[in-house]
Design a protein around this ligand. Sequence first.
Ligand code: NAP
Length: 251
Amino acid sequence: MTTIALITGANKGIGFETARLLAATGMTVLIGARDTDRGKNATARLAAEGADARFVPLDVTDAESIAGAAADIDAEFGRLDVLVNNAGITGGLDGDGKPSSTAVSTVREVFETNVFGVVAVTNAMLPLLRRAEAARIVNVSSEVGSFGMMMDPDSPMWPVAAIAYPSSKTALTMVTGMYAKELWDTPIKVNAANPGYCATDLNGHNGFRTAAQGAEVSVRLATLPADGPTGQLWGYRWGGAGKDEYGVLPW
Ligand code: NAP
């Protein structure tokens, strides 16, 4: 039976590369995108490479869009094996970007996509995920959501003092842990991914890793074996000479 994977925000960046890599393992990939043209173009590019890719209109901040996507997946496949909650925004920087310069509206906008969107999509897809043999949920979080890294003066994250994006990812990591606990006694695994700093539109292509390298983290968590972990923040570990490149990140 083909594995069915939905990736949100899959029209570009890490989400697109995640879809490409999952398709290469033989999965049917559902390309979630909020813009029809961008979604269809990305789907066509993957299909041209031989992927079984289907476009799914999906704006993670729009309840109707989410319900429509769940209904379409139910009608077509009756289940969902993999959900990668990848769509995310930074919200940009207000003024000098410091917490005291940040408008509440910016924080709210970022949480709408990065946190509330994930909860809404996950809750809509859970009935389908429960019908799969052993579903995997991957929430694409970040090291900037890690207290351990952001509050350590020796960490490369220490100079970052912004609130909207980092606190949204902290919330997302906790959300991940809570779903993992709810689903602890099921075959479903729920983990948060840290792709590392990847060159994408999100950061003006300043990252030192490629989107494909970031996507490998999501793919690993989307294809965990039955004895794999749940409720972890796992991925690229930046800044530790002598540390493993990949592993569990501190909360
Ligand atoms: P990106 O290239 O800007 O891609 C973001 C994707 O999210 C786009 O497809 C975008 O669609 C989509 N999106 C945004 N809002 C959406 C909404 N309301 N509904 C549906 N899709 C929406 O950024 P990226 O770097 O690949 O980011 C992917 C994920 O990785 C994000 O969660 C980000 O926070 C996380 N991450 C990135 C880095 C990094 O260094 N790049 C590091 C850690 C974590 P549009 O094209 O329509 O805007």
